[in-house]
Design a protein around this ligand. Structure first.
Ligand SMILES: *Cc1c(COP(=O)(O)O)cnc(C)c1O
Length: 370
């Protein structure tokens, strides 16, 4: 059996180990927030936003942001049917109604026309998820948001390093969220970030994230309302600081891995990889191959072929509306069609060129059999 190729694994160096060790040994008492503050400052500088708040997860950051917007039962939130559950779960915590719309066939992200058609007087927000690093059409979505008075949230958990006409993914919406789960481009093990340019929203989330205790409140142990507890520890933030100091290197490696895949299988008509339209930069968190309908290649054939070669490959996200607790929306033809003939490819930083060749060879061999 050939050695296993994992699909993700973080890039951890002496820098992460040194900061985390320092935080564990010394980051207490007066220094208990030191790495948290440094990580938030470095992250907001990198992103080009005024405010950043560390959280224990991206799910928590979304929950806080939606609470700060005042989401209420019955409010509608529009998002793509093609998504991981984390992007919609916080919507349901408010008994708000997720409205799943179809994605575009090339970006695998929200179709702005479908978003506009789904707007109702109850629409409170649009959650734009930049899938696998691919960017949503932010100009169109922000315009829809402005015209209808609806917040546009960027779930940029998969899009660190991606840029929309010079602005970093996550920096353009009402607020943005990130994940530092171990599978993401930068990691703290578990963790997340809330970012915004809106001073009032920042203050609101800060209060909510501190069990409802406002910054100005002088009375000790005095919450003014019931809030949340989604904080990141100083030790995790130490890892995060080292990772954000290496972010250019980490994103560059993701882009290099994608470009190797692109050289080997991206020129074939039957395999479509993540797009990078003019004016954008794709952080290529997760290189993904979508086979043409005509090729006859299916998810199951791909899974079997990768398993036989001892390579981890992930299935493309199932449509959220196909999950047992939501109402099916099979009319979302792209969301239902894409996962039937697609696969996520391994892309961890330390994989070798030989590994990339082995993966590409599987894609080519499956195609040759048809
Ligand atoms: C990973 C991910 C999340 C969830 O992040 P957690 O930190 O695990 O909560 C949310 N949204 C998207 C788009 C993700 O990829």
């Amino acid at each position: 059996m050939k050695p296993r190729i994992l699909y993700t694994k973080p890039s951890i160096t002496q820098a992460e180990v040194a900061y985390a060790t320092d935080a564990a040994a010394n980051g207490w008492g007066e220094r208990c927030y030191e790495y948290i503050t440094k990580f938030e400052d470095a992250f907001s500088r990198y992103l080009g936003v005024r405010h950043a708040i560390t959280t224990s997860s991206c799910t928590g950051a979304l929950h806080l942001g939606l609470a700060a917007l005042g989401l209420e039962p019955g409010d509608e939130v529009i998002l793509a049917d093609t998504n991981w559950i984390a992007s919609v779960a916080p919507v349901t915590y408010f008994d708000a109604v997720p409205v799943f719309v179809d994605v575009l066939p090339d970006s695998w992200c929200l179709d702005p026309e479908k978003v506009e058609a789904a707007i109702t007087p109850r629409t409170k927000a649009i959650i734009a998820v930049h899938l696998y690093g691919n960017l949503c059409d932010l100009d169109a979505l922000l315009d829809i948001g402005r015209r209808h008075g609806v917040a546009v949230i960027e779930d940029a958990a998969e899009a660190i390093g991606s840029q929309w006409h010079g602005a970093r993914a996550g920096s353009l919406g009402t607020f943005g969220t990130f994940s530092f789960h171990g599978t993401k481009t930068i990691t703290t093990g578990e963790g997340g970030m809330f970012v915004t340019n809106d001073d009032a929203l920042y203050e609101r989330v800060l209060t909510l994230s501190n069990h409802g205790r406002a910054r100005g409140q002088k009375k000790q142990f005095w919450p003014d309302e019931v809030g949340f507890k989604y904080k990141m520890s100083n030790i995790q933030a130490a890892m995060g600081l080292a990772q954000i100091e290496r972010v250019d290197e980490l994103v560059a490696r993701k882009r290099q891995i994608f470009s190797r895949y692109h050289d080997q299988v991206g020129q074939l008509g039957d395999i479509q990889l993540n797009p990078e339209p003019p004016g954008t930069i794709n952080g290529f968190w997760m290189p993904t191959a979508v086979f043409s309908k005509e090729s006859g290649v299916t998810r199951d054939k791909l899974k079997d072929a990768f398993a036989a070669e001892n390579i981890d490959a992930r299935v493309f996200f199932w449509p959220l509306s196909s999950l047992p607790f939501f109402v099916p929306k099979p009319d979302n033809a792209n969301s239902y069609g894409l996962p039937e003939r697609a696969i996520n490819l391994p892309s961890y930083h330390d994989m070798s060129d030989d590994d990339i060749c082995r993966v590409s060879e599987v894609l080519l061999s499956v195609l040759r059999k048809h």
